[in-house]
Ligand binder design. Structure first.
Ligand SMILES: *[C@@H]1O[C@H](CO)[C@@H](O)[C@H](O)[C@H]1NC(C)=O
Ligand SMILES: *[C@@H]1O[C@H](CO)[C@@H](O)[C@H](O)[C@H]1NC(C)=O
Ligand SMILES: *[C@@H]1O[C@H](CO)[C@@H](O)[C@H](O)[C@H]1NC(C)=O
Length: 196
């Protein structure tokens, strides 16, 4: 009986994770596609390329690679020049599993009880950011860049950067004052900082 309940719970969990199922092997617009439809070549730009001067995420979601539609997977290549941050953000639709290929990273996420989990990653480490939780990655090295590859359990995980989604939208400032127990001047200062 208990086992049945556990099993049912597992099925329910399964039904609640990932993208909706598709009823075909893959989603294609016509019958004449070939292997090229399953190949994404835009990351060749990384081979022998230079690091950007600020943090950059090269996304490979269904927006960039429509073939992923229905496959419940996507990628992002994360490039961190020395002393750069991927600001606190959320992926509403997927968990993220990140592999650190070069350099070092300070990473962390906050769970729904506001508990912070942080880690210092070294090359070869893998870290998981659970679905929908606020998280960040930071290259604290002043000389060495870092490169990480993240995979997501959705073809379109979505990214909601906390700084801009809170302070660079049209949320009435009175709401922000009250939400953050801050003066209007403080809120304005944060808003101005994001415009620089
Ligand atoms: C079929 O789809 C593939 C992949 O999107 C595309 O490259 C090709 O041009 C399409 N062929 C026709 C006849 O529409
Ligand atoms: C970054 O490195 C400095 C010097 O080692 C250290 O004092 C600081 O705590 C580090 N910051 C983070 C966020 O790890
Ligand atoms: C803030 O919003 C403006 C207008 O939508 C946009 O042009 C700007 O890039 C945004 N700033 C940041 C830091 O995202």
């Amino acid at each position: 009986m208990i086992l049945n309940v556990v099993f049912m719970f597992a099925i329910l969990r399964l039904a609640n994770t990932g993208d909706p199922n598709i009823l075909n092997d893959f989603v294609a617009s016509n019958n004449t596609i070939d292997a090229n439809y399953f190949t994404f070549t835009e990351m060749r730009q990384l081979v022998g390329g230079e690091y950007p001067t600020t943090f950059r995420a090269l996304k490979v979601s269904m927006n960039e690679f429509p073939t992923l539609n229905g496959q419940s997977i996507s990628y992002a290549i994360l490039e961190f020049p020395p002393n750069s941050v991927n600001p606190v953000h959320i992926h509403p639709r997927a968990s993220e599993i990140m592999f650190l290929v070069t350099g070092s990273l300070q990473v962390g996420f906050v769970d729904t009880s506001d508990k912070l989990y942080t880690q210092s990653l070294q090359v070869g480490d893998i870290f998981v950011f659970p679905t929908g939780l606020v998280h960040f990655q930071y290259n604290n090295d002043t000389k060495e860049p870092a490169l990480a590859i993240s995979a997501f359990g959705s073809a379109n995980a979505g990214t909601q950067p906390i700084p801009t989604s809170v302070f660079n939208t049209s949320i009435f400032e009175g709401i922000l004052d009250a939400s953050f127990h801050a003066t209007r001047a403080t809120i304005r200062k944060i808003e101005e900082g994001l415009k620089e």
